[in-house]
Ligand binder design. Structure first.
Ligand SMILES: [Zn+2]
Length: 312
């Protein structure tokens, strides 16, 4: 094919280069959400049990909040996959074993394969701040990021939206991260106003960034979208490894059309579940909400209309 110079080359994988909202150690961030609503997908986080040279599962000790300990199998991360269940079934039952091989495996062998969990993503503007503060820097600067979050975080944001109206009109103050950096567990507080919409020149700067950098479909950041057969292959590998490690006979994952009858003789799902799952996707944040009380209402801005006009 001939390609005209001057045409923007759209790489279909460019979404994977899109910066994700991630806080560094001790960092505080100030953001404003620019999408009216997040995208949501149910996602299976798949992990494969690690065994020693004799094929026995390697266990690791975990601590509960009361300092008592328990053991869980060590696992390696095998990827996050978008659940193939029907959204309506997932919303009602949180699992769809008839349509998704990973859901099927999760109902038969919940120790080996985790049930799907909703994950969310949306575009946010992140402010350039004065070091160590949540005060915007001069000159005014923002960058677009994809914020991926869990149901806990969604509920926090929903509560803020219920109290204060559209999240597109308020700044959120994030951080610093509590505990290990990789889990990105941080508090969300409400800013007193939206800095991006506080003056014409700032709006101009912000909209230029949105127009240039906004990604319409961020869902590839939630998990890999694969075919039934591909997901089944990954699930098969994980369940086989698990059953072999724990000496569970004959409970290989069946296709949804042929349900397996055998129950696993060992089920460590209770242990896994009690660990809080320690995934990036398991946030259990304490949310403090510093309400802005300088009397200024966030400027009502019909952001959706403006955003819609950008696409034309
Ligand atoms: Zn599923």
């Amino acid at each position: 094919m001939k390609v005209p110079f001057g045409q923007e080359w759209k790489n279909p994988n460019s979404v994977f280069d899109f910066p994700k909202l991630k806080l560094e150690k001790d960092e505080k961030a100030r953001i404003v959400i620019i999408d009216e609503q997040p995208e949501c997908e149910y996602v299976h986080t798949l992990r494969k049990v690690i065994t020693d040279e004799r094929g026995k599962p390697l266990m690791e000790e975990k601590k509960r909040k009361d300092d008592s300990t328990y053991e869980v199998p060590q696992t390696e991360f095998k990827g996050q996959y978008i659940c193939l269940g029907e959204m309506e079934t997932l919303l009602n039952k949180n699992i769809d074993p008839d349509n998704c091989p990973a859901c099927k495996a999760a109902t038969e062998n919940s120790g080996a394969v985790a049930r799907p969990e909703p994950r969310f993503v949306l575009n946010v503007l992140k402010y350039n701040l004065k070091k160590g503060t949540t005060t915007v820097n001069t000159p005014f600067q923002v960058t677009l990021h994809a914020w991926v979050f869990t149901l806990n975080r969604f509920n926090t944001l929903k509560d803020i939206a219920n109290e204060h109206g559209s999240l597109q009109n308020v700044d959120l103050l994030l951080g610093p991260v509590e505990g290990p950096l990789m889990y990105q567990k941080f508090p969300v507080a409400l800013g007193s106003k939206c800095e991006a919409w506080s003056s014409e020149s700032r709006k101009e700067t912000a909209f230029a960034v949105i127009q240039n950098d906004r990604e319409e479909d961020l869902t590839p950041l939630l998990g890999r979208r694969v075919t039934f057969g591909e997901l089944q292959t990954v699930v098969y590998e994980i369940v086989s490894a698990y059953n072999e490690a724990f000496g569970i006979p004959g409970n290989l994952p069946a296709t949804p059309s042929k349900p397996a009858k055998e129950e696993p003789s060992i089920d460590v799902s209770a242990l896994l579940n009690s660990s809080g799952a320690v995934e990036e996707s398991s946030e259990d944040e304490d949310v403090s909400s510093e309400e802005g009380d300088d009397g200024s209402e966030p400027e009502a801005e019909d952001l959706n209309k403006l955003l819609a006009s950008l696409g034309q």
